[in-house]
Design a protein around this ligand. Structure first.
Ligand code: CA
Length: 709
């Protein structure tokens, strides 16, 4: 039923596209579209394919290094806007475009797909999988999507509601549409599919929702499941799907399967044709504190690991666990890449990763042997290092808040020293470019996390707030684009961004590194020393990874922008794909001035006990989206500024009646009583009043009028 409905939708959009099209100025080859296959991917750097971006990380290695040289350090200052296209969603944008034979395929938030003429920007087709807005509540971190895969005339998109859809690359019409989950399970997919040996590989997110992670491989032509690999064991009484899960179960204690275990592989997946291995990064444990998940220690395999599987059968080959007994949301899902490095005079075919836990790992791709592991950001304190002989981290017992029962300020924070943002490797400089940051978080465990809906972290928000209030100074939070030497095992250079964050990285044979920033710039750096050579005002922050391609002898650089200004939900988003080439003179429409939001809370109400209860409820149900202390993470409203807090009725309409459920703000009637909701409102109003007083005091001290953030 669903696929039939979608087919109708797809046809409707084709008809719309065909109407009013002018005579083709397009340089797009008439047919066939998206002709990507193994031979072409293996020859991705040859002259015939150098101008393509055939898969998520450009080719199988996922080095995200373009062999193109026409844009280089000498002429990058002449780079200008060739074309841009606006997206119809203000949510976060994380997509890497795929460019095949003059067509650029890109996804947006809500898992929508667009195809553009890569030279002119003319929209060729678009496809909306019509994800139910309510499903957003199962996405830990916004309804983002990181892009499509292209293979044999089709493009593949995975959706927030965990479907995998094959589209005809020429028309955008659905070919097949399947669910990757059992009905009703709270999983969400944000990652880009990969295709290897005619199989579409896809994982999912769900560890924060007490789910069990797995990687699936589907036949690219039919959508039939080829194999599935579960990351963690289920209930041993029901038997094990894979023999290695029996061994893995011995690293768990108690009734571990009841929490789902976690391990969801939601981002990094590569195929290594040299070994015929699929190499995948697995997610964190569910819930976060290991002692609550499975008391009594143990490694909890295969959480937070790099795992190699046979591409043909899905059978386990090797694993390396970066974070045994994981307790800090250290997903090990960050992008993976293969490369050939000369280490100690010997040529090694390696896998590299800069995961959330702050250590940069180099492994032998065939055997999984650990070759090196080094902290790539300052301040890492959950482990003092990694013992190269045993491959195990040298743990800091104080960071194990789950075991000590005391809170701990741990670095990196749960968002990681680096997360999903694409990294690149230049064989010319030998450097890996990483959007990195130094940050920490006060983890405090709580067993009280029987949430009937939403995330189940077993982390005390209130405990975190109390811990933070006792600190003499706020912990360091700094972002930078890091150039890391994986052979010398040290930093080569960094481009500091202060409180900001770097978006994904692209390196080129023109000696450049491109990356966006959270503070509205798209920047070109010299790849060898980090000198800033060019930048463009993107009007919004950029998180996604750039790409480079060539059409009709001209080199282009493309990036998807879209990230509300850090900490300010009310700033315009300007979600777009932006495409540059030397000599182009295109301009974006002027940025629309937006008024600062105004703090206008009602009078305080409720007792101290009511507000304390509100803080606890807010922490469990609201803070993962709306942020600590009422502060938004940028993607969602800062509730202190929301007019909805002014009356009980308006707040209730949103929280209980679910009037904004199409945006993902579902009704919390299942989880919260009337008293709970009013207590949350009392807490947020109290925070708004405090912020208003602080703002007025600061303005008075500076002799200015008070204004918003
Ligand atoms: Ca996670």
């Amino acid at each position: 039923m669903r696929s039939r409905l979608l087919l109708v939708t797809g046809l409707a959009s084709i008809i719309l596209c065909a109407c009013g099209q002018k005579a083709a100025e397009s340089t797009v080859q008439a047919a066939p579209a998206a002709q990507v296959d193994a031979a072409r991917l293996l020859a991705a750097s040859d002259a015939a394919n150098a101008g393509q971006w055939l898969s998520h990380g450009r080719d199988y290695s996922e080095q995200r290094h373009s062999p193109l040289t026409k844009v280089n350090a000498e002429n990058v200052s002449q780079l200008g806007l060739a074309w841009f296209a606006d997206f119809d969603t203000r949510r976060g944008q994380e997509s890497t475009p795929i460019v095949v034979d003059g067509v650029l395929y890109v996804t947006t938030a809500w898992s929508k797909v667009f195809a553009f003429d890569a030279k002119t920007g003319k929209e060729l087709w678009k496809y909306d999988p019509k994800v139910p807005g309510e499903w957003a509540v199962y996405a830990c971190c916004d309804v983002v999507n990181r892009g499509v895969a292209a293979w044999n005339g089709k493009v593949y998109v995975a959706t927030i509601d965990a479907r995998l859809i094959a589209l005809d690359a020429k028309t955008g019409a659905p070919v097949w549409d399947i669910s990757t989950i059992e009905p009703g399970q709270p999983y969400a997919i944000t990652g880009a599919p990969r295709v290897a040996k005619g199989k579409v590989l896809i994982g999912q997110g769900g560890s924060e929702f007490s789910q069990r992670g797995y990687l699936s491989a589907y036949d690219a032509e039919t959508g039939k499941l080829s194999w599935r690999w579960y990351v963690v064991p289920g209930d041993p009484a029901k038997g094990f799907e894979q023999p290695e899960l029996e061994t893995a179960a011995k690293t768990w204690n108690g009734e571990f399967w009841k929490t789902g275990g976690g391990g969801a592989p939601w981002d990094g997946i590569i195929y290594d044709p040299a070994t015929e291995h699929v190499i995948v990064g697995t997610g964190n444990g569910a819930p976060w504190p290991a002692e609550i998940r499975s008391p009594g220690g143990g490694d909890h395999l295969f959480l937070s690991s790099i795992v190699a599987l046979d591409v043909n059968t899905g059978k386990y080959v090797w694993h390396y666990q970066t974070t045994p007994n994981e307790s800090w949301d250290y997903d090990n899902t960050s992008p993976l890449m293969t490369a050939d490095l000369t280490i100690g005079g010997e040529k090694r075919h390696v896998v590299m990763q800069a995961p959330k836990n702050g250590f940069f790992y180099v492994l032998d791709a065939k055997s999984g042997q650990l070759l090196s592991a080094d902290a790539y950001v300052p301040g890492v304190n959950w482990a003092k290092g990694v013992d190269i002989k045993t491959g195990r981290p040298i743990l800091n017992p104080e960071a194990n808040y789950s075991k000590t029962g005391k809170g701990a300020l741990v670095s990196p924070f749960f968002g990681g020293a680096h997360n999903w943002q694409p990294i690149s490797f230049s064989p010319a400089t030998g450097l890996v470019y990483i959007p990195a940051n130094q940050s920490s978080y006060a983890f405090v465990a709580t067993k009280e996390d029987d949430n009937p809906m939403g995330q189940k972290l077993s982390i005390s928000f209130k405990g975190n707030q109390e811990y933070m209030r006792k600190l003499k100074a706020p912990p360091v939070s700094e972002g930078f684009l890091l150039a890391w030497d994986p052979v010398q095992r040290k930093e080569a250079w960094r481009a500091p961004l202060g409180n900001g964050r770097s978006g994904g990285a692209l390196s080129t044979a023109g000696g450049l590194v491109f990356a966006g920033t959270s503070d509205n710039s798209f920047v070109a750096y010299r790849a060898d020393n980090g000198t800033k050579l060019w930048s463009f005002d993107t009007q919004t922050g950029t998180m996604a990874g750039p790409v480079s391609y060539e059409v009709d002898g001209e080199q282009y650089v493309a990036v998807v922008a879209g990230f509300r200004q850090t900490g300010n939900y009310y700033a315009p988003n300007y979600s777009r794909v932006l495409v540059f080439k030397p000599g182009a003179t295109g301009k974006l429409p002027d940025a629309v001035p937006f008024p600062d939001p105004v703090l206008n809370p009602p009078a305080a109400f409720g007792t101290a006990e009511v507000r304390a209860h509100g803080e606890e409820v807010y922490g469990r149900f609201c803070s993962t989206c709306h942020g600590s202390d009422g502060l938004s993470r940028g993607m969602f409203p800062d509730l202190r500024y929301s007019p909805a807090i002014n009356t009980d009725a308006s707040f209730r309409q949103v929280v209980i009646d679910g009037v904004r459920s199409q945006n993902g703000m579902v009704s919390f009637a299942k989880a919260l009583s009337s008293d709970d909701v009013e207590a949350v409102r009392a807490y947020v109003v109290d925070r708004a009043i405090a912020a208003k007083s602080a703002s007025e005091a600061a303005a008075k001290a500076a002799g200015q009028q008070p204004h918003g953030p």
